[in-house]
Design a protein around this ligand. Structure first.
Ligand code: DX5
Ligand code: ZN
Length: 223
């Protein structure tokens, strides 16, 4: 099963709620909220107020991608605002088990482990049975509209092998440069959740058609 997670980073914020509902019409499974602190990545994006604003608009899960140096300090605010899934970067929490268990246990939310294109994936393997998803960055995070890093495809393939052996329920989510071309390669390699910002909110066909198109391509690629 393939899932599309539109990244609102690329959306027109003056019409955010309306655009998110458009992606739902196209079959979007969840909303991907890219939080950047200007330290872990060289950009500043949005805080929990955006989750609070979107919560009454959509019933779809809101997943928060924390591209921040101190993810633990933001958890309560995002959970109170209505976040369903918290994704943090292992680069800033090298021993992530305690935070994983806190998010899943005390906060009762889904948890994802994110890592950049240069992070060794064998360091992710020990946690695959403790998490709900891996977020395999296919660009260096910070900005939408970047080009997919082709070396990512082999990493996705290896992650799929490990997950099929150890925890088939764990999702493989890819984020960065996912469009009508790269979604086929990443889906065939084993990804099943696709973050797309520019390819959805920058599409001349509008968010609903762009989302439906990506979903169809991702689904066909695994048949
Ligand atoms: C990190 C962000 C972006 C964004 C997707 O920079 O996580 O990857 O969500 O951006 P697009 O789909 O426009 O490449
Ligand atoms: Zn993201």
């Amino acid at each position: 099963m393939a899932y599309i997670a539109p990244s609102i980073l690329a959306a027109d914020f003056s019409r955010l709620g309306e655009l998110v509902l458009e992606t739902e019409k196209g079959g979007a499974d969840r909303v991907h909220i890219d939080v950047m602190d200007g330290h872990f990545v060289p950009n500043l994006s949005m805080g929990s107020v955006v989750v609070k604003g979107l919560r009454p608009v959509t019933k779809r899960p809101l997943e928060v991608h924390l591209m921040v140096e101190r993810p633990a300090s933001f958890l309560d605010g995002f959970v109170a605002a209505g976040a369903d899934t918290i994704i943090f970067h292992i680069e800033v929490v090298p021993e992530p088990l305690e935070l994983i268990q806190h998010i899943r246990g005390s906060l009762g939310k889904k948890v994802g482990l994110a890592f950049n294109p240069d992070y060794p994936i064998d360091k992710i393997e020990p946690y695959l049975t403790d998490i709900d998803l891996v977020l395999c960055m296919t660009v260096f995070p910070g900005f939408g509209g970047q080009a997919y890093i082709p070396e990512s495809t082999a990493r996705i393939r290896q992650l799929r092998r490990w997950i099929n052996e150890q925890n088939p329920k764990c999702e493989i989510e890819v984020d960065g440069g996912i469009d009508v071309h790269t979604i086929v390669a990443t889906s065939a390699a084993g990804a099943n959740v696709f973050v797309a910002g520019t390819a959805i909110f920058g599409s001349k066909y509008g968010p609903a058609v762009a989302t439906a198109n990506l979903l169809a391509l991702a689904t066909i690629a695994v048949e």
